[in-house]
Design a protein around this ligand. Structure first.
Ligand SMILES: [Zn+2]
Length: 338
């Protein structure tokens, strides 16, 4: 069930040094893994925390083999709670995800017309843009959302009789007509929006469902975004203004590739991640603040935003903006402090 991860998942270096602070905390996730995989409590203590001396990420080793990783992220907790919580808070209370005033800061300093995010549609700023596009009361968003869910549900026909299938067909038309009507009210803020996805076993995705509807299908209907495989980023003609990676860079087996693809396709990349020294056993790896020093060595220019966005943090987290172009970061700094 466990496998050796002797190379750093981010930079592939072999310079992993065992940390002298080994912690074992039982949280909801760990308890679920123990119960569902029938493990003894001591089993997970075999997993130790290491730090990469090249890029400074923390990594668990040994850790679960790929088959079990997929089981954990697609079955044991296949639903990405925070992703859906963010969506429900928005449609029910019109609350956007809590990133302090990050959205205001970024839209004030960067002219954003082409925007993309990676893997999770409701973890970043997509809902902020959506809110701006309609500027409606919360009842509008709730009704819109219900119709999207009903539409996608009505297209699920397995096991239904011919009679029921006919009813479903009529329902689909009714819900979709309403959705089209809502969409006529849109005042677009962005020219293009994309959600890029990978199929890493380390990520929820394939079973990230609410009321039998997958978050990606839901997002493509509601938020009018294009969903593409990560490799499609190379074919994008128009350079992106901003690419958002919200709690998803540490949930892929190819974080280096994801970050590089994003940096090549976009002028700016905003990254939000955990930097908890007590790397929990359900995570393969975690970033640290020192990771930014590594990026600097790689000529990736950064500015940390954690303390610029007025967010009260409940756990150690890091927000940073990065770019391959030094002048872009300098320009951002000039505008941000105005
Ligand atoms: Zn490394």
């Amino acid at each position: 069930m466990l496998k050796k991860y002797n190379n750093c998942t981010f930079c592939n270096s072999k310079k992993l040094i065992k940390s002298n602070k080994q912690v074992y905390l039982e949280n909801y996730y760990i308890k679920s893994i123990i119960t569902d995989l029938n493990l003894s409590k001591n089993f997970l203590k075999k997993i130790k925390i290491y730090q990469c001396k090249n890029c400074f990420i923390l990594q668990n080793n040994p850790w679960f083999s790929e088959n079990f990783v997929r089981k954990i992220y697609s079955n044991i907790y296949g639903q990405h709670h925070r992703n859906w919580e963010n969506l429900l808070n928005f449609v029910n209370k019109k609350q956007t995800p809590n990133h302090g005033n990050l959205f205001e800061l970024l839209t004030k300093t960067i002219k954003i017309e082409n925007y993309a995010e990676f893997n999770s549609p409701f973890m970043g700023l997509m809902l902020n843009f959506f809110e701006k596009e309609y500027r409606k009361e919360k009842s509008f968003f709730k009704y819109f959302s219900d119709n999207v869910i009903n539409y996608l549900n009505s297209r699920q026909l397995a096991g239904k009789s011919k009679f029921e299938k006919n009813i479903s067909k009529n329902k689909s038309k009714k819900y979709l007509d309403r959705i089209k009507k809502f969409k006529k009210k849109i005042k677009p803020v962005l020219k293009n929006k994309y959600l890029f996805v990978d199929n890493s076993p380390l990520f929820w995705g394939q079973n990230d469902n609410y009321k039998s509807v997958n978050s990606r299908s839901y997002a493509s209907e509601l938020l009018d975004l294009e969903v593409h495989a990560l490799s499609y980023l190379k074919d994008i003609k128009k350079k992106l203004d901003l690419f958002g990676i919200f709690h998803t860079l540490d949930h892929t087996f190819e974080p280096n590739k994801v970050l590089n693809y994003a940096l090549n396709a976009s002028n700016y990349v905003i990254v939000y991640c955990h930097i908890d020294q007590k790397l929990n056993k359900q995570h393969l790896f975690s970033f640290t603040r020192k990771f930014l020093d590594f990026l600097k060595r790689k000529r990736i220019y950064t500015i940390e935003l954690t303390n610029l966005i007025n967010k009260r943090l409940s756990s150690p987290e890091l927000y940073f903006l990065c770019s391959r172009k030094k002048e872009k970061i300098l320009k951002f700094k000039n505008n941000a402090y105005k």
